[in-house]
Design a protein around this ligand. Sequence first.
Ligand code: ADP
Ligand code: MG
Length: 478
Amino acid sequence: MLSHFNDHSLFVRAFEKSSIGMALISYDGSFLQMNPSLCKMLGYSEGELLNLGLTSVSHPEDLEADLEICRKLVQGEIDGYHIEKRYIHKSGSLLWGLLNVTAERNEQGIEGNDLFICQIVDITEQKEKEEEFKKIEELHNLISEHSQDVILRLTPDGIISYASPAIRQQLGYDPDELIGKYAYDYWHQDDRNGGWLQQGNSDHSDSRIFIYRLRHKNGHYIWQESHSKKIRNAAGDVQHVISMGRDITERIHSEELIRRSEKLSLVGELAAGIAHEIRNPLTSLRGFMQMYVKEDIDGRKKLRNEVMLSEIDRINEIVSELLVLAKPSNEAYELRDMVQILNNVTRLFEGQANLYNVQIKLELDDNLSSIQCQRSINQVFINVLKNAIESMPKGGEVTIQAKQMNDSIYIRIKDNGYGIPQEEITKIGNPFFTTKETGTGLGLMVSMRIIQNHNGTMRIESEVGKGTMVEVVLPVVT
Ligand code: ADP
Ligand code: MG
């Protein structure tokens, strides 16, 4: 097939036409022959290159290493090599070449008659891209290593392949211990997002913002807001997901507080209005009921009347609790002694405590400062103590402690009653949340509201079967 070419002319043509720069070099580094591609690559004519020699077009910084390896080749220690090196174009600009050199040894063994075949591929563009990529990578490292946000990279299957150091601060884990783990295992069970990762290829859902809870190494949950994006390759397959997450626990808590206090004031206004309206008709109803009781001389309607009276009293009780909601705003503040307040409240419950076999222990520091407060503050301790006693239907112990630290008085009321399940704790203080058959679900809401008006805080800790502790902190005005 190739009969009309002789072997020699075929190889000369391959040399001349190759898009790779090629040259034949003698043992002293001078050009013997080169192809047009090499001339074009370096910007010189053949004549110019023959004069210049190889060392003149090399970048000075790469020359030494190149000469050293050349020496080995000339002396026969090696038969070829390839390196990446820089050349200077005639215009002065720099270009990167992948140089491949092979020795063609002189078979007669005459020294100095060896030839070297050089092939140079222009890799300038590729090198520039590499440099650019390196810069981007450095920037990426800088951002992810120093960002306060947690940066995660996941495989399409949800396996963590990178975690930035911020994860230590936010979630307590070392980045290394998360690599290779399944990300969803750390999500709160209720927040798993319906398998967004596994969802198919619809582009519009490639970026998402999630608000969810992640498990801290200590076991509690941290609210996170994360921006996640699926990164695809040219074929459209998901390569990985880089997500950036921020700790928003504080924000969620304050939003919850705002929601609650808005709800409280709304309910408060409404309740107080209704309570006023109910109060008067209720008083006259109760008056008439008492008349009926008196008129029922033979006692035939005793049961019915008693039920009606006690129901009216229950309505009255609810109405009184609701009325407290309206009071704090306009009631006067006066300087009062916390020890005295707690003693008085305890005395109120002596009867009920005896009845249920509950011991009330007071551990009050002697030298507590007086505080500026409204009379309604009593209602707080009444409500809390009442709950404590009600939580121990078979008897038990309530401890009331009060001590002063810095400018605050800490009052703790502890019982060893049935406790509150974790999932109910957040509902406490919501209007009408009660687990008691005859409860109103207003006691703690009213209490929180009063404490709020006194610039104090109220906190509940509880364990089912062990008991409950309610802590009220009130500021001492100095
Ligand atoms: P009520 O006492 O009328 O139910 P509260 O607002 O005083 O309304 O209390 C709301 C709920 O909180 C109670 O029904 C109960 O489930 C729970 N709770 C409050 N204090 C305690 C406590 N010391 N021990 C156990 N549960 C409590
Ligand atoms: Mg109560």
